[in-house]
Design a protein around this ligand. Structure first.
Ligand code: FAD
Length: 364
């Protein structure tokens, strides 16, 4: 007789949402995670009164009312709005590109002046063949060099000439002074950190950390009637259709005995000569006034199976491989797949919760 109705593999936001909702419906649930903590990549670690975003800066933003109401049951959100800056060759620029950025670049002071200048710098191209050509046709060489070229090269370890233009689906240039990175209705950081929010979601639910599903697959599978798997789908099927590719990241975090290092939570370093892509100063997510601070340098990294898979590489080859795994997944009995690793998809946190809500409708 199975001890649990559901075994949830992964205590990230997807697994936590599924576990919380199933438990609310009266099912008996066990959640496992291979890491020593819950929260997946949203995990925040409290250090000297500051919540460190251990796996990269996480800003919650959504326009989905259902998702927003859902997370607000487990945390109060502060008024943080993401207004990153760009650092390029010792100059700071307002970002995402807006009228202030164009003023800093070209001294234009009105939307009309900005539009005129933009029209003169664009390099028309009716049939752009790659990312570089497409961006040059949209914004010209200066903006491309300062904001896109070095950053994209570092992020993907490839020259933008070798990248398809769909990687940057749209290049928002605002001819207003709006420098809010996101266009969503709701935005903020959970007060107390994401870990505390996800702990609340999992309150009263059995959780086993440091437990890798693949190390005890047979035994764990036998303990539940159904499983929801949020880990890597290719690994679940023993890589029978090749490995899916990822980009990884490396984070270097240090404590500084000064109250403020950079005056902002996120500064992007877009110069190709600087090896990191961003510096995060965590205290600014929470408006803290401590006399110390923590900063993290974020470096893009080549992925190997020993590293954390951060970003799926959704090119044609990987999409085809993923589709083969998806076909296998559909044939599995009593196992359901979801979340960023099982669906091989970049999901923002709100998309993750929405995807979990959608899967819940299909669960027995
Ligand atoms: P995960 O968080 O990866 O959780 C999956 C869990 O499954 C992990 O804890 C893992 O340890 C566990 N697991 C995997 N395999 C096994 C196994 N074999 N056995 C046991 N456990 C296993 N979203 C936003 O909305 N805003 C942001 O600002 C933002 N910033 C981001 C920055 C970075 C650098 C990255 C990479 C992502 C960012 N995201 C952001 C996206 C956000 O991280 C995801 O939406 C979210 O983490 C997805 O949750 P998940 O549960 O699907 O995956």
């Amino acid at each position: 007789m199975a001890k649990y109705d559901y075994l949830i593999i992964g205590a990230g936001l997807f697994g936590a949402t599924i576990a919380q909702q199933l438990t609310k419906k009266g099912f008996k649930v066990l959640v496992i995670d291979q890491r020593p903590h819950l929260g997946g990549n949203c995990y925040t670690e409290a250090k000297d009164g500051i919540n460190i975003h251990k796996y990269g800066a996480h800003i919650f933003h959504t326009s989905n009312d259902q998702v927003w109401q859902y997370v607000n049951q487990f945390a109060r959100f502060n008024h943080y709005v993401n207004r990153p800056k760009v650092h390029y060759q010792n100059k700071i620029y307002s970002f995402p590109i807006n009228l202030m950025t164009l003023y800093q670049l070209w001294n234009v002071t009105t939307p009309e002046q900005a539009q005129k200048k933009l029209d003169t710098v664009k390099i028309p191209n009716p049939n752009p063949q790659n990312l570089e050509e497409w961006i040059l046709s949209q914004v010209g060489r200066e903006i491309y060099e300062i904001f896109i070229k070095g950053y994209t090269t570092k992020q993907w370890d490839r020259d933008p000439k070798e990248l398809p233009s769909f990687i940057i689906k749209r290049l928002p240039i605002r001819l207003t002074f709006d420098d809010n990175y996101f266009n969503d209705c709701y935005q903020g950081i959970p007060i107390g950190g994401y870990t505390s929010m996800i702990q609340k979601m999992l309150e009263g639910i059995e959780l086993k950390l440091n437990t890798d599903f693949f190390s005890d697959r047979k035994n764990l599978t036998s303990q539940a009637k159904h499983m929801v798997f949020t880990g890597k789908i290719d690994k679940y099927f023993n890589y029978c259709h090749q490995e899916l590719e990822y980009r990884s990241l490396r984070f270097e975090t240090e404590k500084l005995s000064i109250p403020d290092f950079q005056g902002n939570a996120v500064i992007n370093y877009t110069d190709a000569a600087v090896p990191y892509t961003r510096i995060i100063e965590h205290k600014h997510f929470e408006f803290l006034t401590t006399d110390h601070t923590y900063v993290t340098h974020e470096y893009p990294d080549t992925w190997t199976t020993k590293k954390i898979p951060y970003y799926p590489v959704n090119n044609d080859a990987n999409t085809q491989i993923y589709q083969k795994y998806q076909t296998l997944a559909q044939k599995e009995k009593n196992v359901f797949f979801g979340g960023r690793l099982a669906e091989y998809k970049y999901y923002d946190m709100d998309d993750t919760i929405e995807a979990a809500f959608n899967l819940l409708k299909r669960l027995p």
